[in-house]
Design a protein around this ligand. Structure first.
Ligand code: SAM
Length: 283
């Protein structure tokens, strides 16, 4: 059966991917601490062969390429043309000849064999059939090869995303529907038991999930934090769905909500919570 990831592929080739490509440095502010924590666990070694799944604009692929050195190799795989365009130009600038990027759906694209490490920073939660997708990816690993990725834990533990979203929804009268917690999307791997089941059905062993939290800086004032929050994360999606004419009302509502949680300096920093997941391909 072929994977039906068409909806996500369209999203990441449309405004969502274009926004990530255009706002690379701002997005990095959110994702970098979590990616660094995952890289510490993955510990890529000189000479290793690595796949970076859902590599996006290529930051982690470049970082890993620098660690494995010219004796190793890194292949970044992604479905998003606008993000891969950024990745390819940054990879060239970083002068990493042993780094390549490939456009393709990681759940079914043909992959090199005998890889040492599968890595992903927030790029594996978008598969419609996650066990099959991760099973396909596992087959590219050598026996004993490892898989390390970071994914978001539950929305309630991620106020950096949910505080702005609740305020924005209220401002435009959108009642949250009970989200399908298993639907492809940022929080699809939040549930620990489900994630363990997915990995074991995919054939992985030695599965370990470590909670990793970090404070995310949203802005020096509640206004700048609100302006940032509406451009990124789940609020940006709501703005796209509702129409740009709602933006001023949404920014004001998010600003008021964030003022309520700002530090005495006015700065807004809120918690982000993730799983650092590691597993191995049984020998
Ligand atoms: C949240 S972004 C993370 C990007 C990058 N890893 C980073 O941390 O900056 C998710 C990425 O997964 C990619 N993606 C989604 N579905 C995919 C699939 N089926 N195959 C490969 N990549 C996919 C998206 O295009 C996007 O680049």
């Amino acid at each position: 059966m072929s994977a039906d990831n068409a909806e996500q592929i369209a999203e990441w080739n449309g405004p969502l991917g274009q926004r990530w490509a255009a706002m690379l440095r701002e997005t990095d502010r959110i994702v970098a601490p979590f990616g660094d924590a995952a890289l510490k666990v993955a510990a890529p070694q000189p000479g290793e062969r690595v796949l970076d799944i859902g590599c996006g604009c290529g930051d982690t692929s470049i970082e890993i390429a620098q660690r494995v050195g010219a004796a190793g190799s890194v292949l970044g795989i992604d479905v998003s043309q606008p993000m891969l365009e950024v990745a390819r130009s940054s990879g060239a600038l970083a002068n990493c000849a042993h780094l390549a990027f490939r456009e393709g759906d990681a759940s079914e694209v043909s992959l090199p064999a005998d890889m040492d490490l599968l890595f992903s920073r927030f790029g594996v939660m978008f598969f419609s059939r996650p066990s099959a997708a991760l099973g396909h990816l596992r087959e590219s690993l050598r026996p004993g090869g490892r898989c390390v990725f970071v994914c978001w834990r539950a929305p309630r533990d991620n106020p950096w995303a949910m505080a702005p979203l609740s305020a924005a929804r209220e401002a435009v009268g959108v009642t949250p529907t009970p989200a399908d917690a298993e639907a492809p999307g940022p929080f699809a791997f939040a549930d620990e038991q489900r994630l363990r089941r997915i990995l074991s059905t995919a054939g992985f062993g030695d599965v370990d999930l470590e909670r990793f939290d970090a404070v995310i800086f949203l802005g020096a004032t509640s206004r700048s934090a609100a302006e940032f929050a509406v451009k990124i994360g789940p609020v940006s999606r709501l703005v796209r769905e509702m129409g740009a004419e709602h933006l001023p009302v949404i920014v004001d509502a998010v600003e008021r909500a964030l003022a309520g949680v700002a530090a005495s300096s006015g700065q807004v920093s809120l918690n982000g919570s993730t799983w650092i997941v590691s597993a191995t391909n049984p020998a």
